[in-house]
Design a protein around this ligand. Structure first.
Ligand code: AHM
Ligand code: MG
Length: 342
C-alpha cells in the first residue's frame, strides 16, 4: 500500500491536513483554515440529511423556482441554508453567492472590515434533480479573497465576486455517493478524503491526485447531440471508432459525480452549447471554475472550447459557460477537431 493512503497506522483528518498546509505559509493567520473547516462542517450536515432522505421530509419540490427558473428541491434549500449558517458565523467571510440565491449576500458579522476578507461561492446541491432517484449529488465550492479595487469601480459590492477563476484561493467538492468524499485544492495539489460517518471525520484517502493522461470514457448528455457544435459532434463520432478504442459512454447527470470519475479514471466530460442552452448550461463561478481549478491541479485541462476556463472574467454572478474538462490527450484531440472546424 502506498504511503499516501490512510492505513490503520495513519489516520489523517481533513483538519490536520489543512493545518499542515497552512504551516507551509508562515504568514498565514489560520483564518483560511477556519473557513475551510466551516465548509467541512456543512458537508457533514448535508451528508447526514442526504443519507436520511426518504426518512425525514427532505425530498421533493420546495414549491419555488430559483433565479434560473429551475424548480428548487427541499434539499437544495436545506443545503444552501446549512452552508450559509456554517460560514456566516466564521467572522472572516465577507460575501457568499450561490446557485440558489438570486443575489450575493453580504455578511456583516465579521469583527472588523479587515477580518472579512473572503468570498465563498457555491452550488449547495449540484445534480439535485437526481436526488429523488437515489443518484449521487454533490456540493461545489470556490473561495476568493476580496478585491476592493473591483468594488471601487462599481456601486455594487457584489462586483468583487466577478474575478477570473485563476484568482481562486481554494476550491473543492463533496460527492454524496456510495460514500461521502471531499476533494479540495488550495493550489498545491488535489487531495481526497472519505467521511467516516461513525466518527464524523473526513479521513485522508489520497494526496496529490493525478488525473490519468488518457482515459477510456467520455461523458456527455448525448440526447442533445443534434444541436452540439459540429466540432463536438465530430469528436464524439471519433470516440466511437475502432481507432479511438472505442471509448465507453458514462453519464450520470450530476457534474460532481461525472467529474469525480473523470478525475480518478481520466477521459473527458463535455457540456457544450446546445439549442436549449446556447451559452452552455453550467455556471462559470460555482460549477466550471472550481472544477477547472481541480482539473488543472491534477494535470488535466478545462476550456469552454476556445478559452481556458480559469481565464474567463465573469460579467455576472450566474453566467453560464460551455465546459470541456478532462485528460490531456482527450482535450488535445478535441482541440484538433475544434481547430479543423474553425
Ligand atoms: P443543477 O446545478 O441545477 O443541479 O444543474 C447542473 C447539473 C449538473 O450537475 C449536470 O452536469 C447537468 O446539470 C446535467 O444536465 P442535463 O440534465 O442537461 O444533462
Ligand atoms: Mg449545479
Amino acid at each position: 500500500m502506498s504511503d499516501n493512503v490512510a492505513t490503520p497506522n495513519r489516520f489523517v483528518t481533513i483538519q490536520e491536513h489543512i493545518i499542515n498546509e497552512q504551516r507551509q505559509h508562515p504568514a498565514a493567520t489560520g483564518g483560511f483554515s477556519w473557513l475551510l473547516s466551516g465548509i467541512t462542517l456543512a458537508a457533514r450536515i448535508i451528508s447526514a440529511n442526504v443519507r436520511r432522505a426518504g426518512i425525514i421530509d427532505v425530498l421533493g419540490d420546495a414549491g419555488a423556482a430559483n433565479v434560473h427558473g429551475e424548480q428548487q428541491q427541499k434539499l437544495d434549500l436545506l443545503a444552501n441554508k446549512t452552508i450559509e449558517l456554517c460560514l456566516g458565523y466564521r467572522g472572516n467571510v465577507a460575501m457568499i453567492a450561490s446557485e440558489e440565491l438570486d443575489e450575493a449576500k453580504v455578511i456583516t458579522r465579521g469583527e472588523t472590515e479587515e477580518d472579512r476578507k473572503y468570498i465563498v461561492v457555491f452550488d449547495p446541491l449540484d445534480g439535485s434533480s437526481n436526488i429523488d432517484v437515489n443518484v449521487s449529488v454533490g456540493t461545489i465550492f470556490s473561495i476568493f479573497q476580496r478585491d476592493p479595487a473591483l468594488a471601487k469601480k462599481s456601486d455594487d459590492q457584489a462586483a468583487e465576486i466577478l474575478q477570473p477563476g485563476i484568482k481562486q484561493l481554494a476550491a473543492g467538492y463533496i460527492v454524496y455517493g456510495s460514500s461521502t468524499v471531499l476533494v479540495y485544492t488550495t493550489g498545491e495539489g488535489v487531495h481526497m478524503f472519505t467521511l467516516d460517518p461513525s466518527v464524523g471525520a473526513f479521513i485522508l484517502h489520497s494526496e496529490d491526485i493525478r488525473m490519468p493522461e488518457k482515459g477510456k470514457s467520455y461523458s456527455v448528455n448525448e440526447g442533445n447531440a443534434n444541436s452540439f457544435p459540429r466540432a463536438v459532434q465530430k469528436f464524439l463520432e471519433w470516440c466511437k471508432t475502432e481507432e479511438a478504442g472505442p471509448y465507453s459512454a458514462r453519464y450520470i447527470g450530476s457534474l460532481v459525480a461525472d467529474f469525480h470519475r473523470t478525475l480518478l479514471k481520466g477521459g473527458i466530460f463535455l457540456y457544450p452549447a446546445t439549442a436549449k442552452s446556447p451559452n452552455g448550461k453550467l455556471r462559470l463561478l460555482y460549477e466550471a471554475n472550481p472544477i477547472a481549478f481541480l482539473a488543472e491541479q491534477a494535470g488535466g485541462e478545462a476550456t469552454d472550447g476556445q478559452t481556458r476556463i480559469l481565464e474567463k472574467t465573469p460579467k455576472s454572478l450566474h453566467e453560464r459557460t460551455p465546459l470541456f474538462v478532462g485528460s490531456k490527450q482527450e482535450m488535445e484531440r478535441l482541440r484538433r477537431f475544434i481547430r479543423d472546424e474553425a
